[in-house]
Every structure is written in structure tokens, then in C-alpha cells.
Design a protein around this ligand. Structure first.
Ligand code: NDP
Length: 266
């Protein structure tokens, strides 16, 4: 029940109707017995700064989830950021501290790695291939590097974006062999699709090389459909497949932790 004690949280996006976070986060609050509610905010890019400034002044506001198209612009509107958010260049969760200051974090990639871990997949020492160099891919690239992959090959339609991402990862994680170029899937332990190819019916595979094999893990960021063309192909070839949904599930926990949500005391 919402009362005068209930703490407020939000998700901001444009458009907003498709977002799944309100349901997932409110279920998470309920599972913790936490007196909070998360509501959707539909905000146009030109109104983002005013919206954020208003949140600073709402005393019972606890935090904000940020999604498309605001993840990059919101970085500059935070008072501080933690983890790799500045290097990634995006924020997807903000905590509002009691003095009104806003602390950003980028948890997309960490959620992805935690999702793998929840399936007992440890990426340490793996040779990995990341398809895509957009927002989700950038976060996943940094999280895979932080988690200790041996190498990271980044493949993207716009080659310059892949090169830039590989350079930034190499700068921050010199122990990881980060490179950009053509896919080398046959020799990779882990292939991750973080492009948007597979979201729509009839989308082609995100890579021409379909040399998947048993012993290899092929993971997806896309949540719907659950089985995308790359996962279907990889499964046919005997690879172990990993769905996109666990990435969101784990992010919900990480986002709640960042926003200071704690289980109710017994
Ligand atoms: P972006 O728009 O930032 O990036 C899209 C990526 O897909 C780019 O690398 C882009 O390449 C590539 N791409 C798009 N169209 C094509 C095409 N026709 N051919 C080849 N490459 C293409 O999107 P996001 O990074 O935010 O999202 C990517 C995916 O990740 C989405 O499917 C989204 O649903 C999913 N996602 C899942 C989350 C989860 O919790 N499971 C969280 C966040 C995202 P180029 O650079 O050349 O344009």
C-alpha cells in the first residue's frame, strides 16, 4: 500500500510504454518487503535537464532508472558517478542522496556478467567476441574486461565505433587484449550479441561467420524474442546458449542496491 512513508523511484525514457522495469522493480521491492514504488516518466530529451533538476528537490525521491535515449545525456547531469560509468560514457541508474545530490552508475554490463554467473558461467580467462559497439555493448565490454576475460574482439557494422571502444577498454584494462575487426568466432569461448539485430522478425544474423561449435557459449542481450536467430543457429551447432532475460533480472538487483534499497527489517 502506498502511504506518506513510501519512497518514490522512477524510470525515465522516450518512448516509455514498452519498458518492463516498473513491473520487475516493484516486484523486487515487494519481495524485500520494501516500502517503495517505481513509476514510469515519459520525458522528451529537451526536457531532461529540467526533469532532473526537479528530482533533486523532491525529498522523498530515492532514485531513477534511465533508459533510451537518455543514458548518455544524463551522465553530465549527475553530481558524481561510480565505477566505469565515466569511461563508458553513460549512466543507467541514479541514486538521490538526502542532500539532493545525484550519484550515477552504469549497471547494464555488470547485470550481463552477473546473469552469466547465475548460470555458473565464469568468464575469467575466456577469449570473447562482442557483436555491437552501441550503449549496451559498451557497458558489456567494460564489464567483461573487469570480470577478467583474456581477450575481447569487438565486431561492429560501424568499424570506427568498434575501434574506439576497443581502445577505451584497452586503456582502462591493459591486461585484456581488446581489439576490433572481423569476427573470429571459431576460436572464441564466448560470443555475445549486443547489437539490435534479432529484435525484429526477419532480422539477419549479426555476423556472417556462423562457425559455432560445442564447448562455446553464445549469449544474447535481446530479451524478446527469447530465442533470436543467433541463439537458434548456435544451439543447432551444439553451442551452449544464454538468454537476454537474466541480464535485466540481475540489473534489477544491482540497480536497487545502488539506489540504497534495503530489505525491510524483520
Ligand atoms: P544502440 O542503438 O546503442 O546500439 C545498437 C547496436 O546494434 C550498434 O552496435 C549497431 O551498429 C548495431 N546494429 C543496429 N542495426 C544493425 C544492422 N542493421 N546491422 C548491423 N548492426 C546493427 O542500442 P543498445 O546498445 O541500447 O541496445 C542493443 C541491444 O541490447 C538491443 O537489442 C537492446 O534490446 C538490448 N539491451 C538489453 C538489455 C537487457 O537488460 N537485456 C539492456 C540494454 C539493451 P552501428 O554502431 O553500426 O549502428
Amino acid at each position: 500500500m502506498i502511504t506518506g512513508h513510501t519512497k518514490l523511484y522512477g524510470i525515465v525514457a522516450h518512448p516509455i510504454a514498452h519498458v518492463k522495469t516498473p513491473e520487475e522493480m516493484n516486484n523486487h521491492f515487494a519481495s524485500l518487503g520494501y516500502d517503495g514504488v517505481l513509476v514510469p516518466f515519459h520525458v522528451q530529451p529537451e526536457n531532461l535537464a529540467t526533469f532532473i533538476d526537479t528530482l533533486r528537490r523532491i525529498e522523498n525521491f530515492g532514485g531513477l532508472i534511465v533508459t533510451v535515449p537518455h543514458k548518455t545525456a544524463i551522465l553530465e547531469l549527475c553530481d558524481s558517478v561510480v565505477g566505469d560509468a565515466a569511461a563508458i560514457g553513460a549512466v543507467n541508474t541514479i541514486r538521490r542522496d538526502p542532500d539532493g545530490s545525484l550519484v550515477g552508475a552504469m549497471l547494464d554490463g555488470k547485470g550481463f556478467v552477473r546473469g552469466l554467473e547465475a548460470s555458473a558461467i565464469d568468464v575469467r580467462g575466456m577469449k570473447s567476441c562482442l557483436l555491437g559497439a552501441g550503449g549496451a555493448a559498451s557497458a558489456i565490454a567494460f564489464a567483461l574486461a573487469e570480470a577478467g576475460v583474456n581477450s575481447l574482439r569487438i565486431v561492429n557494422r560501424s568499424a570506427g565505433k568498434a575501434e574506439d571502444l576497443a581502445r577505451r577498454v584497452a586503456e582502462h584494462y591493459p591486461n585484456v587484449k581488446a581489439s576490433a575487426g572481423a569476427p573470429e568466432t571459431a576460436s572464441q569461448d564466448l560470443v555475445v550479441n549486443a547489437t539490435s539485430l534479432g529484435l525484429r522478425d526477419g532480422d539477419p544474423l549479426p555476423l556472417e561467420d556462423t562457425a559455432f561449435h560445442s564447448g562455446q557459449i553464445v549469449a544474447e542481450a535481446i530479451m524478446e524474442p527469447e530465442v533470436t536467430p543467433i541463439l537458434a543457429t548456435a544451439r543447432e551447432k551444439g553451442a551452449l546458449i544464454h538468454f537476454g532475460r537474466p541480464m535485466l533480472r540481475q540489473q534489477i538487483r544491482l540497480m536497487a542496491e545502488h539506489m540504497g534499497v534495503t530489505p525491510a527489517k524483520a
